[in-house]
Design a protein around this ligand. Sequence first.
Ligand code: HEC
Ligand code: HEC
Ligand code: HEC
Ligand code: HEC
Ligand code: HEC
Ligand code: HEC
Ligand code: HEC
Length: 303
Amino acid sequence: MRSMGTKSLQHHKSPQPKRIRSMVRTSLIVAIAISILAFGTYAYAEDLPSFTVGIPGRSGCLVCHGDPKIQQNKTKVSLYVSQEDILQSAHKDVACTKCHVDFSQASTSQAHTAVAGDFKKTASLACKNCHQHSGMLKVYSKSIHGRLSLSGDPKGGASCGDCHGSHNIKSFKKDKAYKAEFHLKGKEVCGKCHMKYYESYDDYYHGRAYKANAVDAPACWDCHGAHDVASAGNAVSMVSKERLPKTCAKCHVDASKGLVSFAPMIHGRAQAQDKNALIKMKNKVMAWFNSNVVKNVTAWAGR
Ligand code: HEC
Ligand code: HEC
Ligand code: HEC
Ligand code: HEC
Ligand code: HEC
Ligand code: HEC
Ligand code: HEC
């Protein structure tokens, strides 16, 4: 099954024996028939986008989801999936339903995942079913993100998909350009939930350099870890008092006490603002001044 799928992926590029071509055509028709049976009359069937056949649970899906116009009826949110992204991803041989494990054709309405609102969370964690090498799942489930995510805590944590994305995940090992590009995505990967710390990561040697796309400047995960993130106060954290010397030594050959004592400067500004009562007070006064005095003066001036 797998090898046939791979072959038919190249269907449009290389000529193939007649028998395979007719098998492809037959399974195409079957896929469309199943789709129509499962979902009733379906408008997209009239205007089929080009797609591939062979890997169960992908081609059928792309008959509909490969159409750029497809959207969720209620929310109008786009449900388009780029076939190109998928084919270029590390998961080009993974069936859609291996991540969308809640997909169910038994559904009577067109929404076909168990709970339509939750399908993103489900898919973002289905990764753990396959990625257990080097104890990854064990490590992740002990991290602050994993504990919250896996237990369904309302705080949310961070699921695999929150950091990695979905249909355009590539191999760090095989695709060096992707690895380099990902390295500079601290704002998207961590900043979307930790904006304050992204902003405060602004010291001259690391943060500023990082934001200027310096390839040797550390990304968030070079200091905090990726799957083993923990609170700074927790001894297992890469930025705990106990582990800082080793973490800084990843890049600094001479990570002496003197060098490590600079650690607080890395997020210096946010810390100063959090801890310094005077700065807090000044910010409050400025906020009040801006919202009241400035507004009133502007209103007065505009009369
Ligand atoms: C016949 C067309 C069609 C086929 C085939 C199809 N889908 Fe859908 N899919 C839709 C439509 C239409 C919606 C939007 C339903 C709605 O408005 O809630 C949808 C919604 C979804 C959603 C969003 C969650 C939800 O349930 O609303 C996911 C995820 C999804 N499809 C995945 C898949 C996967 C995976 C496959 C293949 C195993 C597949 N679809 C096959 C038409 C299709
Ligand atoms: C490697 C796992 C994985 C595979 C394989 C995968 N998906 Fe997804 N998919 C996800 C995740 C994770 C999300 C949620 C993204 C988010 O949080 O916005 C998602 C979102 C979606 C959505 C909602 C629209 C969007 O892009 O956010 C649709 C529709 C969908 N997938 C369909 C498919 C179809 C069809 C296939 C096969 C061609 C497929 N998926 C293959 C993980 C996967
Ligand atoms: C807090 C963000 C975050 C979360 C959550 C996360 N990852 Fe990662 N992951 C990363 C980062 C960062 C890297 C390293 C990137 C690099 O090498 O440049 C990585 C690397 C990887 C790699 C490639 C390296 C290796 O060890 O094989 C895989 C596979 C992977 N993650 C899968 C997962 C899975 C599966 C989950 C959920 C169980 C997950 N990740 C959760 C951020 C995250
Ligand atoms: C059905 C099993 C399966 C599922 C589910 C799955 N993956 Fe994978 N993933 C793989 C395989 C197989 C590869 C290796 C592809 C290769 O060698 O190029 C891979 C590769 C990767 C890589 C690249 C590793 C590297 O550096 O070479 C990352 C990152 C990754 N997956 C993350 C995820 C995330 C995040 C999810 C969930 C959204 C997920 N995977 C879901 C099977 C799976
Ligand atoms: C989807 C949102 C999300 C993403 C993405 C995310 N985190 Fe988190 N992170 C959280 C939540 C939620 C907590 C728990 C906060 C709490 O307990 O108040 C947390 C906690 C932390 C903590 C401990 C903070 C504390 O106060 O104890 C650190 C450090 C951290 N994350 C770093 C990162 C890094 C580095 C990345 C990127 C590799 C990242 N996070 C990506 C949501 C996220
Ligand atoms: C060069 C190392 C380094 C880099 C890079 C770095 N941090 Fe930190 N981070 C630290 C240290 C050391 C601490 C603990 C002391 C402090 O709060 O200043 C910390 C603290 C934090 C905390 C609070 C942890 C807690 O338990 O209270 C969060 C959240 C955080 N960083 C997120 C990020 C994010 C997001 C990025 C990327 C934009 C990032 N960090 C980049 C070293 C780093
Ligand atoms: C991923 C690599 C990396 C990590 C991890 C890292 N740094 Fe740096 N650091 C750099 C680079 C690159 C420079 C800039 C060197 C230059 O411009 O000469 C730098 C410069 C510095 C400087 C100023 C120049 C000097 O050598 O005196 C200090 C201080 C410093 N880092 C402290 C730390 C501390 C403390 C930690 C641990 C919390 C740390 N670094 C972790 C890469 C890193």
